[in-house]
Every structure is written in C-alpha cells, then in structure tokens.
Design a protein around this ligand. Structure first.
Ligand code: ARG
Length: 274
C-alpha cells in the first residue's frame, strides 16, 4: 500500500532542507536518524537554531488542508496550515509538511515519522489509546450528502443503502452504525463525493464545513445535518508521550485568548459555521 502520496517534503515556514526525513521505510530507526521527529530538539535545545518538526496531514480536506497551484507550484494551504504556522511562530520551530492518506496518519505518529498531525482530526477514545491529543481547536458537525431530491436526508433513511465515507474517519464509523448499510470506504474526500455524484453511493457522510464547498460547486447535491453521537471537534495529534503536547496547548490557548484563532476561523469558514 502506497501510503505516502508524495515523498517530497513541502517547506511551509522555511525552505530549509532537512536530511533524511522522507519517512519511507526504516521507520524503526526514526528516533536516531530523524531527530526532528523525536520532539527532543526543543527550542531550548542548545543549538541556538530552531528545530524542524515534521507535520503530517491529509490534504484532501478543504478548507482545512488542500492543494492549490500558484505560479505553477503545488502548495498545501488551509485553516489547519495557518493554525500550525501560528503555533510554529509562537514556539519557534520550523515545519515540514508530509501529505498522506488520512488512514495512515496515526501510524505515521506511532512510527515517529511525524512529530504531529493536524488534519481536522477528532480525538476519539480509540485514537487516544494510540496517540496524544492537544485541546480541541475547532468544533464541527457531520452531514449526509446525497443527490438533490433523493430521500436520503436522515440516518434512518440510509438503512440498507450504500453510504460512502473516508477510510479511517469518524464519518466512516458513523456510517457503519447504519443497519444493513453497505459502507464504501475511500481514501480521499473528493472520491467520496464522486461516488455520490456518479450514483455509486446513495449518500455520503461528510463534515458540514467540508461538504459546504462541494455543495457550492455541485448544484446537484444536497446536505442535511445529523445529530452528534460522539466527539466531533478537531485536535492536533502527537506520538504518545510527546513533550510538545503541553507547549502546543499553551500556544492554542494564547490564540484562543488573543483572537487569532477566531480570525482564522472567520478567514476559512466565513464565520457562518458556528
Ligand atoms: N474529523 C474526522 C475524523 O477525525 C475526519 C477528518 C478527515 N481529515 C482529513 N484531512 N481528511 O475522523
């Protein structure tokens, strides 16, 4: 399984290159070969230079993280990227971004191929067993996306139907609770939406803020909110025991207090989500 879509590391805050961070194979040696991924190289690390942290994400999730091409150059942008950059600025670290399938993110943290994950990821009890989470920095809710005019607008209406969702997501878990439903688990959100558009799936379960963009560009789609049955917000994930969790929480709280987080929420979600 090719988990990494791209082995190239994208510099976000700096063009500074870090050797051997590609994270391909050799995961066991990450702690020694990849000091940036251990989290040991904190800002008071003694070298005088800022450490570089590897941030992993799944850039299929507009407006949280997605690819844009500007001036012929591929870039990952979005709410999460801005949040991560703001934290990096406060905590004085540089950041390298690795893009991979959502379903591979927890494994990347466990193998220390990444120092943190910011991917609109919800801190569920099951994930808490494998990784540590920061505080929640954004709350959201899920929606059922289906073809306009179809009867698929509630969870009850999806009994025995085909329901698409992103592999490894809480939306996939929600789909699996629908009695008799055939759950179609796909690696990326664009393919989830595509399955609804092409009638391969009767409906999809997608976060409302993400569905919004697809509805705007696909007038044949409709979306209906569903009740929260579990945790729904986004938090930053770290390898278990990472020394960065407390520092990130301090930075997030500063951003909550000084209005920077609200500003970013307004910028990326037009303030109409909450
Ligand atoms: N919030 C959901 C979860 O944690 C979906 C996140 C999907 N993120 C992404 N970058 N595709 O399961």
């Amino acid at each position: 399984m090719n988990r990494l879509k791209s082995l190239s590391l994208l510099a976000v805050t700096s063009a500074f290159a870090v050797a051997a961070l590609a994270g391909c194979g050799g995961g066991n040696t990450a702690n020694t070969s990849n000091s940036a991924a251990t989290g040991n190289q904190t800002s008071q690390g003694g070298t005088g230079s800022e450490p570089t942290l590897v941030m992993a994400t799944s850039a299929d999730y507009k407006p949280y993280e997605y690819h844009v091409t500007t001036g012929g150059q591929d870039k990952i942008v979005g709410f999460d990227i801005d949040v991560a950059n703001a934290i990096a600025k406060q905590l004085h670290f540089k950041m390298k971004v690795e893009d991979m399938d959502f379903n591979g993110l927890i494994g990347a943290l466990q193998a220390h191929r990444a120092d943190f994950v910011i991917a609109g990821m919800t801190p569920t009890a099951q994930r808490e067993k494998a990784v540590d989470f920061s505080e929640i920095y954004y709350q959201a809710t899920n929606e059922i996306v289906s073809k306009k005019g179809s009867p698929y607008t509630t969870m009850a209406s999806l009994k025995g139907k085909s329901v698409a969702a992103q592999l490894g997501s809480i939306q996939e878990a929600a789909a699996k609770t629908i009695p008799g439903a055939q759950v179609i688990s796909l690696n990326t959100i664009p393919t989830v939406v595509q399955d609804v558009l092409t009638n391969r799936a009767d409906a999809a379960i997608i976060e409302g803020t993400v569905a919004k963009g697809y509805l705007a560009s696909n007038p044949s789609l409709q979306a209906n909110p569903i009740a929260n049955t579990g945790p729904n917000g986004s938090a930053i994930a770290f390898p278990k025991g990472s020394p960065w969790v407390g520092k990130f929480n301090t930075a997030i709280n500063t951003m909550k207090k000084d209005g920077e987080l609200d500003q970013l929420i307004k910028k990326w979600f037009s303030g109409s989500n909450q």
